[in-house]
Design a protein. Structure first.
Length: 405
C-alpha cells in the first residue's frame, strides 16, 4: 500500500539512521546546515523532540524501545512510580558527586548522560500524564459507558494523582535542586536541570492539584448519580411488576400518606390590586398618612472674583569664570582665525581662572565644547591624547586645540 503510514515512518528512519543512532548514543543532536532537513523530518514524525535552542534528542518512547531491543539495563520507574524515579535521580547525583571528586572522568560522563536521560523521562512523563488526565477530565471518562466503571476509573486516577503530587512536593522540599545549582560537580547538568525540571515542577504540581480537585468533585457527582439511579431503577422494577398501576389523585385525599407530607409547601404571597376602584378610598386614606417629602431648594453661590497674581520673579543666572573664559577663547579663535591651545590660554589668563588647575581646565573645555555645542559654534575641537601606560583603554589628555571649522 502506497499510503501505509508504518512503511513511510520506517522508511524515514532508515533514510536518516545516522541521525537516529547519533541521537541515541550521544544523548542529543545539534542542528546545523548539514542535518537541518533530516532533523525537521524526524521532528514531524515525533522521533526527535526539542531540548533547547538548536538541540534535539530522541523521544522517550523510542529510546525505551531501543533500550529494550538492545538489552541495555535501565531503571524506568516513572510510568508506575514517580517517587522511584526521583529516588533514582538522587542516587545518580550522589554517584556523580563521588565520581567528580575522585577524578573518574569516564564514570562522570556516563553518569551525566544518565542524569540527563532521567530528567528527560521525568519531564516527558509528567507532561504526558497531565495531558492524559486533562483529556479524561474534559470528556468525563467517556471511554467507558457504565457508571460503575467510571467510578472505578475516577477512584484509581485520584489515588494515582495524589501520589504524583505528593512525590513532587517531597522532591521540591529536598535539597537536591539547591545542590545541583550551587556545587561545581553538577556544572554540566545544572542549566538543563533548571530549565527542564526545576522551573516546570511548580506548574506541573498546580495543574495536577487542580485536576485532583475536579476528580474529587466528579466522585461526589457519581455518588449522587448512583443514588438517583437506584431510586429510578426501584421505580422501574415496581412498575414492571404492577403494569396496571395508576397514580392516585392525592390532592383529593383527606388523609394523604406520610411521605407526601415531607414535601415543602408552596409559599403564597398576596398584594392588593391598586387599579381596582373598590380600593380607591382605602388607598387614599393610606396615602394621607404618608408624610410629604422634604423639599430642598438649591443654594445659589455668589460668583467669585479673579485676582491678578504677582508675576514670577525673574532670576538672572551668571556665568562662572571658567565658562566666561571658554567663551572668550572661542570668540578670539573665530575672530583671529587661528588655532588656539587651551593650555596656552590657561597660562596667559591665570588671573581670570583663579586657582583652577590645568587638568581641570582641560576637562571643562572638553565638556563645554561637546559635539552638539561645537557644531552650533562652528568650531573644531581636537584633543591631544596619548594612551595610558598602566590602565588599558584610557588616554591622557595633554592639550585641547580649538580652531575654526
Amino acid at each position: 500500500m502506497s499510503r501505509d503510514g508504518v512503511k513511510h515512518l520506517i522508511g524515514r528512519l532508515a533514510s536518516h539512521q545516522p541521525l537516529v543512532s547519533l541521537a541515541y548514543y550521544s544523548g542529543e543532536l545539534i542542528k546545523d546546515e548539514d542535518n537541518a532537513r533530516g532533523i525537521e523530518l524526524l521532528q514531524q514524525h515525533k522521533v526527535l523532540i526539542p531540548r533547547g535552542e538548536d538541540a534535539y534528542t530522541l523521544h522517550t518512547t523510542l529510546r525505551r524501545f531501543l533500550d529494550a531491543a538492545l538489552n541495555i539495563e535501565r531503571l524506568y520507574g516513572i510510568g508506575s512510580d514517580l517517587g522511584a524515579a526521583f529516588e533514582r535521580l538522587e542516587q545518580l547525583t550522589e554517584a556523580l558527586f563521588d565520581a567528580a571528586h575522585e577524578g573518574r572522568t569516564e564514570d562522570r560522563e556516563r553518569l551525566e548522560d544518565e542524569i540527563r536521560q532521567s530528567i528527560y523521562e521525568i519531564s516527558d512523563n509528567l507532561a504526558a500524564d497531565l495531558a492524559h488526565l486533562r483529556t479524561l477530565v474534559e470528556n468525563r471518562f467517556a471511554a467507558v459507558s457504565t457508571l460503575a466503571e467510571k467510578k472505578r476509573q475516577n477512584t484509581y486516577y485520584i489515588g494515582r494523582t495524589e501520589k504524583v503530587v505528593r512525590a513532587i512536593e517531597l522532591f521540591t522540599l529536598s535539597d537536591l535542586g539547591e545542590r545541583i545549582q550551587t556545587q561545581g560537580a553538577f556544572a554540566n547538568i545544572a542549566v538543563m536541570f533548571r530549565t527542564h525540571l526545576l522551573e516546570r515542577l511548580p506548574s506541573f504540581r498546580q495543574n495536577l492539584s487542580d485536576i485532583l480537585e475536579i476528580l474529587k468533585h466528579y466522585l461526589f457527582e457519581f455518588r449522587e448519580i448512583e443514588e438517583r439511579t437506584r431510586r429510578v431503577r426501584s421505580l422501574w422494577l415496581y412498575l414492571e411488576r404492577h403494569p396496571v398501576y395508576d397514580l392516585q389523585e392525592w390532592d383529593e385525599s383527606a388523609h394523604p400518606q406520610p411521605w407526601l407530607l415531607k414535601a415543602p409547601g408552596i409559599p403564597v404571597r398576596s398584594h392588593p390590586w391598586v387599579r381596582d376602584p373598590e380600593y380607591s378610598d382605602t388607598l387614599t386614606d393610606l396615602a394621607g398618612d404618608i408624610a410629604p417629602p422634604s423639599v430642598r431648594l438649591p443654594v445659589e453661590r455668589t460668583r467669585g472674583i479673579l485676582l491678578d497674581e504677582d508675576p514670577a520673579p525673574s532670576v538672572l543666572l551668571l556665568s562662572r569664570p571658567y565658562q566666561q573664559a571658554i567663551e572668550h577663547m572661542v570668540v578670539a579663535c573665530k575672530t583671529e582665525h587661528i588655532r588656539t591651545s587651551a593650555r596656552d590660554w590657561h597660562c596667559r589668563h591665570r588671573v581670570e581662572l583663579g586657582d583652577m588647575s590645568t587638568s581641570v581646565w582641560l576637562q571643562c573645555v572638553l565638556e563645554a565644547l561637546g559635539p552638539r555645542k561645537k557644531r552650533d559654534l562652528g568650531i573644531a575641537v581636537i584633543a591631544e591624547e596619548t594612551p595610558d601606560p598602566v590602565f588599558d583603554g584610557n588616554v591622557v589628555v595633554s592639550d585641547v586645540f580649538v580652531e575654526p571649522a
